[in-house]
Design a protein around this ligand. Structure first.
Ligand code: PMP
Ligand code: GLU
Length: 393
């Protein structure tokens, strides 16, 4: 008999974290590896944010627990953020902070899902959604967003997937892994459909600040009062403020759900690490120019690397509008090299030319691979050069 629970045995490992760890391990062995795996900015946290955290340590305020849902000052800072970037205010009982947007998502699913409840997920999707839903005995229902439709689903497709068990529809715009952004009209149709059928909208807006070449991020929750009431917004500091290691995420929405999430936090982690809460207050209320500087760097990288990647034989890429990933379709490339499995193809690239990518399989996209361009241009150019070498061998 195994000592492990069925729950954990049925769970997949996070392919993003696994790919990142494998690249790090190979580098530690002295191999020449270029890692385009993790979606993690290569910048360090801005100095003003670091300083506030240090101050909270030295003046003692970081020494103590906080209420489970977060410091009142943090909730006020999140309200400021919402006013600035979403155009509406939120009361303290509509806000909860936790250990990364990832744990916020987990607390949300644990709060609303009963066994057998269905959550509609447009594919390709970020790796952790499906397993978090399954851990909470929910059923992920995948709706395919095609490349021709720029990796976006329509309200009509969602309606076809709806059953009397549909509890939540998940939206992630800009998307990890595709970088696509839904337009206001598309979101309005989806939002009104959700309101009509009383389906909760989970809006993972974590890449909302990272949009390029004039693209605009519209938060679905900003579209109407009725859509806002139906929506739980998930956001955080990791991507926009170069703060992945601080593990700060938050949710905003219906006080009943927010209260339930706070209860889960109270019984699991107690509260988001106090020093990280002080850092987040500064991120949300301090100067925002560093966010713009980093956004511009990502935009330059995208515009440089996208055309080069498209020239790699057999790689076909839709140009992303946000986030920091490229998600080429490699069907032709696999054919050319005699592969039928994208994970084996990704491993071969790593073994033969030392470029670490993430297999599309974990994103529900077995014809794609993911490259993160949250790394410097020289590394990106060299990685693309090596992909040419791999394909031309
Ligand atoms: N949602 C998406 C779409 C992500 O890519 C990530 C990546 N980390 C998260 C949520 C979780 O963010 P955090 O680092 O705040 O846990
Ligand atoms: N979200 C990032 C990614 O997709 C970080 C790793 C993770 O949390 O999955 O690479």
């Amino acid at each position: 008999m195994t000592v492990l629970s069925n729950r954990v045995l049925e769970m997949e490992e996070s392919v993003t974290l696994a790919a990142g760890a494998r690249a790090k391990a190979l580098k530690a062995e002295g191999r020449d590896i270029l890692s385009l795996t993790l979606g993690e900015p290569d910048f360090v946290t801005p100095k003003n944010i670091q300083d506030k955290a240090i101050e909270a340590i030295t003046n003692g305020s970081a020494s103590f627990y906080t209420v489970a849902s977060g410091l009142p000052e943090l909730k006020a800072a999140i309200n400021t953020y919402m006013e600035n970037f979403y155009g509406y205010s939120v009361a303290p009982n509509q806000v909860v902070a936790a250990t990364g947007a990832k744990f916020i998502l987990y607390a949300f699913f644990a709060s609303v899902i009963n066994p057998g409840d269905e959550v509609i997920i447009p594919t390709p999707y970020w790796v952790s959604y499906a397993d978090q839903i399954k851990m909470n005995e929910g059923v992920p229902v995948f709706v395919k967003a095609t490349e021709e439709n720029h990796f976006k689903v329509t309200a009509q497709q969602l309606e076809e997937a709806r059953t009397d068990k549909t509890k939540v529809v998940l939206l992630n715009s800009p998307s990890n892994p595709t970088g696509m952004i839904y337009e206001a009209e598309e979101l309005e149709a989806i939002g009104n459909w959700a309101v009509e059928h009383d389906i909760l909208i989970l809006a993972d807006d974590i890449y909302g600040r990272l949009v390029y070449n004039g693209a605009k991020f519209t938060p679905i929750s900003s579209l109407s009062e009725s859509i806002r009431k139906q929506t739980i917004v998930v956001n955080g500091v990791a991507k926009a403020y170069a703060m992945t290691g601080w593990r700060v995420g938050f949710a905003v929405g219906n006080p009943e759900i927010i209260g339930a999430m706070s209860k889960i936090i109270g019984q699991t982690t107690s509260n988001l690490t106090t020093v990280a809460q002080y850092a987040a207050i500064e991120a949300f209320t301090g100067p925002q120019d560093t966010v713009e500087t980093m956004r511009q760097a990502f935009e330059e990288r995208l515009n440089t690397i996208y055309p080069l990647l498209n020239e790699v034989p057999g790689f076909e890429v839709v140009k992303p509008q946000g986030a920091f990933y490229l998600f080429p379709n490699v069907t032709k490339a696999m054919e050319m090299k005699g592969y039928t499995d994208v994970t084996a193809f990704t491993t071969a690239i790593l073994e033969e030319v030392g470029v670490a990518l993430v297999t599309g399989a974990g994103f529900g996209a077995p014809e794609n691979v993911r490259l993160s361009y949250a790394t410097d241009l020289d590394t990106l150019k060299e990685a693309v050069r090596r992909l040419h070498v791999f394909m031309e061998k």
